[in-house]
Design a protein around this ligand. Sequence first.
Ligand code: 1CP
Length: 343
Amino acid sequence: MTKKTILRALAGETLPTPPIWMMRQAGRYLPEYRTTRAEAGDFLKLCYNPELAAEVTLQPIRRYGFDAAILFADILLLPQALGADLWFETGEGPRLSTIGDMAGVRALRPIADIHETLAPIYETVKLLAAELPRETTLIGFAGAPWTVATYMIAGRGTKDQGPAHALKSSDRAAFSALIDVITEATILYLSAQVSAGAEVVKLFDSWAGSLKGQDFTDFAVKPAARIISALKAMHPGLPVIAFPREGGDGYVGFARATGADCVAIDNSVTPEWAAAHVQIDGCVQGNLAPHHMVSGGQELVEATRHVVKAFRGGPHIFNLGHGITPDANPDNVQLMIDTVRGA
Ligand code: 1CP
């Protein structure tokens, strides 16, 4: 069998047409997702129901034939497995119990116990590995330690990650201990996803952009390097995608410093810049602005061609610069795919 296109790009091959998938491709912009979510009852019940989670993972594959499927789950399930309370406020987003000192870090459950909570997620991966079309790559994922820590400290999403930065300066020992716990738990979590059938894993560091200077090295680069080297030791040849979102100059050399096989690029940098400074080290993923999935039209076509052209000289996986939003039009997704595939 010819190797799957995503795996070829991750191995450093420059392909005539880039393979494509989309962050948050299973999500609220799809009517079939909204139906299955209603059937599950709520978002968390959907995540922990292997049949329904596999179903929503497969929906965008059936509709669009993406080259990769990403496990349907959430980065906040790991804090929950570590003992944090987690719930979703309708129309607002996630809420968690907060951690503000060393006692809070010590009160977390032992990392080896996470599998008790996360077993249904591994079951979803197994179902998907059996059901996906043979040309489709299955991607597992976790949040990177800094991003997960921002939610565990603040108890919610924050614009500037203020509470996490505050703990980092006021109680460095507690902050570092929390990063270490998340790092080691993430290794166990991703390794179990790979054992269940994930072929690639992706680390989402959605808030990496607020780490500056030495902090970026200590809390974005180092934990990613530790996770990637541990995973590759257990699963030789496992491809890893890292997404230090809004990392700016931090993108430069990120693959070399962490061992990632591919760096996902957000749309705050131009594809030409990313080609010159990041793609020189290997595969990149990205970086069409998600708003085109709302606005569509000729601008979408031109912006899509622009991204394809800029990255044409090296290994590239086409994707958005961040997740598709609930107000996106599913027809625009088809237009993007047709444009990438040259129809
Ligand atoms: O109401 C709903 O149906 C929930 C919306 C939703 C969805 C579809 C959430 C809540 N999570 C998800 C799924 C999800 N989350 C996936 C599944 C696979 C896919 O991409 O199709 C993935 C990979 C994630 C990852 C995730 N969750 C990230 C990292 C990527 C990113 O977008 O930056 C983050 C930061 C989260 C936390 C989270 N989960 C959900 C929301 C609304 C948020 C953001 C909260 C905030 O910061 O305020």
